[in-house]
Design a protein around this ligand. Structure first.
Ligand SMILES: *[C@@H]1O[C@H](CO)[C@@H](O)[C@H](O)[C@H]1NC(C)=O
Ligand SMILES: *[C@@H]1O[C@H](CO)[C@@H](O)[C@H](O)[C@H]1NC(C)=O
Ligand SMILES: *[C@@H]1O[C@H](CO)[C@@H](O)[C@H](O)[C@H]1NC(C)=O
Length: 406
């Protein structure tokens, strides 16, 4: 009986799929599947791995190869985005990108990105078996990580058109990116997958040293740096942060998580001589702690554990401050560190649906950790066709707990 009714419904809707291949009707159909299918209890340890894409181990849970929407977290809560389908009911509080950053200082996003040459999926015969399709495009494994990098740049260029992007990479990698305001900066090092997080801190330090050198020769315009993972979408102008909080040397994002309160995917550094110098020393300390205590965790989490260790072991630091999503500043050794809530500056879909209780209306950065890269592409596609950032945020909010095939 039930199966029969299911078939009838299927046959009833089948023509709809062809008649209305429009995104929203398909979304609605998907939405009506059991939501529970998409929720996975296991908050994977691998969520924080995000540079070596296509590398996430298979889990038992189902992974979706198409958009799947669940309920929107934060329903009915004040100051949280409310959605009807993927239509936003609230206006979000963004600055207009064309008027953004009244401040004269420059902003550059810095990300470490490398491609692993000669991986088997670049061979023609295995390419087709590894393809995933998003919208009207198909991607092999290596094409997927390039797609993420490109969309990372797209969001920055649309939301903060005056900023630059600097990609730190392995000199051995054949990375070429030809876009305006984007430079590739090779830095020697050991970029193998299992050392990548360690190398990333080293590359940041080398980069900051080079900047210090440059600043000492030429006191030109100041450029602030925001070091991020490449699987983030910049939603609002981040330049304002350097204005609003005048005194920090570096900024980190925190969440209310006992073991990993700090996420290493977002580190902002004030571009003054003092800011760069002190941020560099801070990162050197993190590197030291990483190398001496957390090498076993080096593949993914060592940097975050080391970051938390450096901060928490500082005698005056009170870790209770992480339980309230409110920015605060604290001196750690000789650096003034601004702690920003992840809920605004590093909102991540899986936690976003849980710990953050929905999405704040003033969210500034969305981070597509773990197996949510497909959602990053889908979100960009929706945004570029509708130009409505709030609707795109509804899509992210509703789909954030789904695990995708990439
Ligand atoms: C989805 O479910 C809702 C309520 O259960 C129903 O009103 C709607 O028609 C369904 N939509 C589709 C496309 O099945
Ligand atoms: C967001 O929209 C909902 C639904 O229209 C409304 O009830 C709520 O007051 C709005 N919230 C804000 C902060 O404007
Ligand atoms: C794919 O879609 C994008 C926008 O969604 C469009 O600009 C592009 O022309 C399409 N490409 C093809 C081959 O249809």
């Amino acid at each position: 009986m039930k199966a029969c009714a299911g078939w009838r419904r299927f046959l009833f809707f089948l023509p709809l799929i062809f008649i209305l291949p429009h995104l929203f009707s398909v979304l609605e159909l998907l939405q009506n599947q059991t939501v529970g299918d998409a929720l996975e209890k296991n908050t994977a340890k691998f969520d924080d791995q995000n540079l070596a894409l296509g590398d996430v181990p298979k889990k038992n849970g189902k992974k979706f190869d198409h958009l799947f929407l669940g309920p929107a977290a934060g329903e009915g809560l004040p100051n949280r985005l409310q959605c009807q389908g993927v239509k936003a009911l609230n206006k979000t509080y963004f600055s207009n990108p064309s008027h953004a950053s009244s401040i004269a200082d420059g902003i550059a996003f810095v990300t470490v990105f490398t491609i692993y040459n000669k991986s088997p999926d670049t061979l023609v015969n295995s390419r087709s078996s590894n393809l995933v399709t998003v919208g009207n495009a198909s991607y092999s494994k290596s094409e997927r990580s390039m797609a993420i990098l490109n969309i990372f740049i797209n969001f920055i260029q649309v939301r903060m058109p005056q900023s630059n992007v600097i990609i730190l990479t392995d000199p051995e990698s054949d990375l070429s990116v030809h876009r305006n305001r984007v430079t590739v900066h090779p830095i020697q090092g050991e970029y193998s997958r299992d050392k990548l997080m360690l190398q990333r801190i080293r590359s940041y330090i080398t980069f900051l040293e080079a900047r210090l050198e440059k600043l000492s020769q030429d006191q030109g315009r100041i450029t602030h740096f925001i070091f991020t993972d490449s699987d983030i979408a910049v939603i609002d102008d981040l330049g304002q942060m350097f204005d609003k909080y005048q005194n920090f040397h570096l900024a980190l994002t925190f969440r209310n998580n006992k073991d990993q309160p700090l996420n290493s995917g977002f580190i902002a550094v004030r571009g003054t001589h003092d800011g760069i110098l002190r941020a560099k020393r801070f990162l050197q300390k993190v590197l030291e702690v990483y190398s001496s205590r957390y090498m076993k965790a080096s593949r993914m989490l060592g940097d975050q554990l080391a970051l938390a260790w450096v901060v928490k072991s500082h005698p005056s630091f009170d870790a209770k401050r992480f339980s309230k999503a409110q920015a605060f500043t604290e001196d750690i050794d000789d650096a003034s560190v601004l702690f920003l809530p992840c809920a605004m500056y590093n909102w991540t879909p899986p936690e976003g649906a849980g710990q953050f209780h929905g999405m704040p209306l003033d969210v500034k950065v969305v981070h597509f950790k773990g197996s949510r890269k497909r959602l990053m592409l889908e979100a960009w596609n929706l945004f570029s066709s509708s130009a409505d950032i709030s609707d795109m945020l509804c899509l992210i909010l509703k789909s954030g707990r789904t695990k995708y095939d990439f």
